[in-house]
Every structure is written in structure tokens, then in C-alpha cells.
Design a protein around this ligand. Structure first.
Ligand SMILES: Nc1ncnc2c1ncn2[C@@H]1O[C@H](COP(=O)(O)OP(=O)(O)OP(=O)(O)O)[C@@H](O)[C@H]1O
Length: 228
């Protein structure tokens, strides 16, 4: 599913963000990526969806070799992934329904199949009753659930989340985790970068800790391991 072999990433300004990572993430896993600020977590994750290209080494995601892939094939590769960010990145003038349908329309689905898919993911994130709302009419947690619905509407094999609870209060964050666990239980692999110590220490999953661009720890049901 996700394979990295001897991966290095140096940014054009000379910052060495990832320094020789080997890792393998299998289908159906739920993985937290933790580590101090500036350790390289976001870079590690960006290498998985080809937002960044490895300087050296091999990154294979869902069968695509991301160091070699041609620019024009990147959108095709990204359809096998769902991506969720800390700031939800919803389109402010589109309704909840339209924000999610938008992700499908680009691959030319029929109207009835779009409706079925959108309502199905709204059901998963428990927002069927808010389909016609605009993003600003929703709470932060609801907006993040819309962003998650949009990310999974194409049935991606892997859902990548970079600090999905970063902008949310603790109660709302637990709700987002419930949603992510449910999606994981349906078979989707989840890779989630987080600073949320309470979540990592309570909902135990595989923990990959990055420090100075290297894997410092990789534990099946690890703890957060940092003060914050
Ligand atoms: N586009 C970029 N150009 C140059 N350097 C970058 C770029 N993005 C990140 N870096 C540097 O790479 C290193 C790792 O950054 P990264 O964002 O991956 O860390 P992080 O662990 O996600 O941090 P945080 O927890 O604070 O979000 C840092 O030193 C950062 O300054």
C-alpha cells in the first residue's frame, strides 16, 4: 500500500527534512505520525501524495512510484487517496452537498450515481440533514466531517490526514476520531499526523515517531511519547 525505501528529502533551500526513511504501511492499518515541531511529519506525509518529490529513494503508494510518476498522471494517482487538512479547505460558496459532489464530478459520474455516493458519505459522517447548508453555517467539527466525507467519496484505499483535529476543541476532536475509526473499520488505511497526545494515548494504534527526519520509533500500539 505505502512503501518507502531509503527516502531522503532536501528542500531547495538546503533544509534536510527527511533523512533516510524505510517504512511499510499495509492495507487497513491506522497509523499515527507523531514527533516534535519541525521534525518532518508534514514532509513525510507530503511525500505520500506527491506534494513533494523524494530527493533520493523510492516511494510507492497504491502501486504508483511517486519519484518517477509523470506530472500528468499525478491527478489519477491522487484519486486513490483521500486527503484531509487541519484547515478544512471547503469551497465557501458551495453547499455541503456540492462540496462533496465536486470531487466526483471531475471524474464525470452520472447525476444519480453522484447523489447516491454523496448521500452515502454524508450518512457515514452523520451529516445527511445538513446537505444544503453552506460551510459557514456549520460548526468546526461539522466542517471537518464534510472535508472527510469529500476525501472518502471516491472510495480511496488510503486516507491521509495532516493534523485533522488541529483546529478543533477536545470534544469535537473525539467525534472526528470516531468518524475516522469508522472509516478505518470499513477497510480504508489511515495515516494521520497529529500533536494530540490525549488521542494517541487513548485510542491506541500504530505510532510512527519522526525526529530530525528519521523514524525514531515505530510501535504497534505505541503512546505519544512527548510532552505535547
Ligand atoms: N517548502 C519548504 N521549503 C523549505 N523548507 C521546508 C519546507 N517545508 C518544510 N521545511 C522545513 O523542513 C523541516 C520539516 O518540516 P515539516 O513541516 O515537515 O515538519 P513537521 O514535523 O510537520 O512540523 P510541525 O509539527 O511544526 O508541523 C523544517 O525544518 C521546515 O522548516
Amino acid at each position: 500500500m505505502i512503501e518507502m525505501k531509503d527516502v531522503w528529502k532536501t528542500y531547495p533551500n538546503g533544509v534536510m527534512a527527511i533523512n533516510g526513511i524505510d517504512v511499510s504501511i499495509s492495507k487497513g492499518e491506522f497509523v499515527y505520525v507523531v514527533g516534535p515541531s519541525g521534525a518532518g511529519k508534514s514532509t513525510f506525509i507530503k511525500l505520500m501524495y506527491r506534494e513533494e518529490k523524494p530527493t533520493k529513494g523510492t516511494v510507492v503508494v497504491n502501486g504508483y512510484n511517486l519519484g518517477q510518476i509523470k506530472e500528468k498522471r499525478i491527478p489519477i494517482m491522487r484519486r486513490t487517496l483521500g486527503i484531509v487538512f487541519q484547515d478544512f479547505k471547503l469551497l465557501p460558496t458551495l453547499s455541503v452537498y456540492e462540496n462533496i459532489a465536486f470531487a466526483l464530478e471531475v471524474i464525470e459520474e452520472s447525476p444519480s450515481s453522484i447523489k447516491r455516493s454523496v448521500m452515502n458519505v454524508l450518512d457515514i459522517v452523520k451529516l445527511k440533514n445538513k446537505a444544503r447548508f453552506l460551510p459557514h453555517e456549520l460548526s468546526g467539527g461539522e466542517q471537518q466531517r464534510v472535508a472527510i466525507a469529500r476525501a472518502i467519496v471516491n472510495n480511496p484505499a488510503v486516507l491521509i490526514a495532516d493534523e485533522p483535529t488541529g483546529n478543533l476543541d477536545p470534544d469535537t476532536s473525539w467525534g472526528i476520531m470516531k468518524t475516522l475509526e469508522e472509516i478505518n473499520n470499513r477497510g480504508t488505511t489511515i495515516v494521520m499526523a497529529t500533536h494530540n497526545k490525549e488521542i494517541v494515548n487513548t485510542i491506541r494504534k500504530r505510532v510512527i515517531a519522526i525526529e530530525s527526519g528519521r523514524i525514531a520509533r515505530d510501535e504497534a500500539k505505541g503512546g505519544y511519547g512527548y510532552e505535547r
